[in-house]
Design a protein around this ligand. Structure first.
Ligand code: LLP
Length: 440
């Protein structure tokens, strides 16, 4: 079994992460439970930054916080020298509560509300990644009212198809995100930005998709952008001082996934940008990236208790766990695949094949099809690996199932960073039916 980061099997035969026995965690905090290997997050952040340092370019690595956002995670990102990419007022609010320096926050989104733009301007965030003409205009008005000048990037769709699931592919021409490059929308957006005294156009942003295993898509995006740079310089007097190539660096969920070491994505991007900049006799722009999944994805493991079983002779053997699509939507949404083991019998041979069902009232709530395990029963704890990105952050209350807690583990210590949602939490926003309606 492939073990991520600091995961290992201890002498009790239990899965241990960050020097902490996961069965002790399950007993203390209950299941389902998200466990994050902090050392692995630190290692990844360092690998991204080291690659940039070695290349000797100016850079920012912004954590795409949609992958997993909470106050402690934002504080960790800040400690690691990461900037923060937020995509909503809620993520920005979390960053404010976390005490993250506002100038390191980048605000994304294809439909930021006026209230969100206002909040971004009032908080003094570092940069707005402007997605469309409506937003550009509104942002200009808001900045004028506050008498400030906001740094922006223009998000473009470079017309590059990333080799990934359609739902997480964003760089193709027919996308809801960004200004279209080929049709001249980007040229027009640059022109408008340059004319607005309250807008400071830093550069260009492109994000081609997610869970990408190759560098070719990033290279093509850079090439596309540079095809236009000469024109922008000559016709508009604009040269980008920042190029943001987004996130999307893949991770290993299952055997057969073949991501590159994170530094390799960075080096390839930097090389092609250096080469193109030299060819166009321009200074190497500052290079920004926005990894989400590759910083936190394989650092996260979910612990579930196994409950009921159903064996259909000669067909399938189901094991149901105490969570499912309420804490991990990815299998139902993207047919995403995961691996797992029995955390309490991690050293035992796998002799059977089970399909792992969630507890939601939905046939599609299957976490893993055909998982080899030892003979398992309701005494056992199932650990599902690589749930750190888009697991908790896409968790929901379908069937009014409370969201699980989250612990960070490192060097033998565990820290609770998100509490388990309670039944009281679930009804907190509900209001009782008025008397008059009851009588109708
Ligand atoms: N930057 C932008 C503009 C993005 O839209 C995204 C992800 C990222 C960065 C970070 O991408 P990452 O490094 O995490 O791949 N819920 C889906 C993924 C949606 C990605 C949305 N945008 C999933 O569970 O696979």
């Amino acid at each position: 079994m492939y073990m991520h980061g600091s995961s290992l099997i201890n002498d009790k035969g239990h899965l241990e992460i960050g020097g902490v026995d996961t069965i002790e965690l399950a007993n203390k905090y209950g299941t389902p439970l998200f466990v994050y290997d902090v050392a692995l997050i630190k290692e990844r952040a360092e690998q991204f930054q080291e690659a940039f340092r070695e290349e000797g370019v100016n850079y920012q690595v912004a954590y795409a916080s949609k992958a997993f956002s909470c106050i402690a995670m934002f504080q960790l990102a800040d400690e690691l020298g990461l900037s923060l990419d937020v995509v909503s007022g809620g993520e920005l609010y979390t960053a404010i509560q976390a005490g993250v320096p506002m100038e390191r926050i980048h605000f994304h989104g294809n439909n930021k509300s006026l209230a969100e733009l206002e909040m971004a301007v009032e908080s003094g965030i570092g940069c707005v990644v402007v997605d469309n003409f409506y937003e550009l205009k509104q942002l200009g008005h808001i900045c004028a009212r506050h008498d400030v000048k906001m740094d922006i990037l223009l998000r473009i769709t470079p017309g590059v198809e990333a080799h990934t699931h359609d739902y997480i592919s964003t760089g193709q021409e027919d996308s809801k995100f960004g200004f279209d490059l080929e049709s001249g929308q980007v040229d027009q957006a640059i022109q408008l930005s340059l004319l607005d005294p309250h807008i400071n156009l830093l550069g260009i942003h492109s994000h081609i998709g997610s869970q990408i295993f190759e560098t070719s898509g990033f290279v093509m995006a850079v090439e596309k952008i540079f095809e236009f740079i000469e024109k922008w310089r000559e016709e508009l007097g604009f040269t980008p001082s920042v190029l943001n190539l987004g996130g999307g660096f893949g991770i290993r969920y299952i055997e057969g996934d073949t991501p590159l070491p994170v530094g390799e994505y960075v080096r390839k991007m930097v090389h092609v940008i250096k080469e193109k900049a030299a060819a166009h006799q321009m200074e190497i722009p500052e290079i920004w990236i926005e990894p989400g999944r590759s910083l936190v994805g394989d650092a996260g493991t979910t612990l579930y208790s196994i409950g009921s079983r159903k064996e259909i002779p000669n067909v399938r053997h189901y094991l149901s766990v105490d969570g499912g699509m309420s804490d991990n939507l990815r299998p139902a949404l993207y047919q995403a695949e995961y691996e797992g083991i029995l955390a309490n019998r991690a050293d035992e041979e796998t002799t059977e094949t089970f399909s792992i069902a969630g507890k939601c009232c939905e046939s599609g709530d299957m976490l893993i099809w055909d998982l080899p395990l030892p003979k398992a029963s309701h005494e056992d704890v199932l650990a599902v690996f690589c749930t750190g990105a888009y697991g908790y952050s896409m968790a929901n209350n379908y069937n009014r199932i409370p969201r699980p807690p989250v612990v960070f583990v490192e060097k033998g210590e565990a820290q609770l960073v998100i509490q388990r949602e309670s039944y009281e939490d679930l009804v907190r926003l509900d209001l009782p039916l008025k008397q008059v309606m009851k009588q109708m």
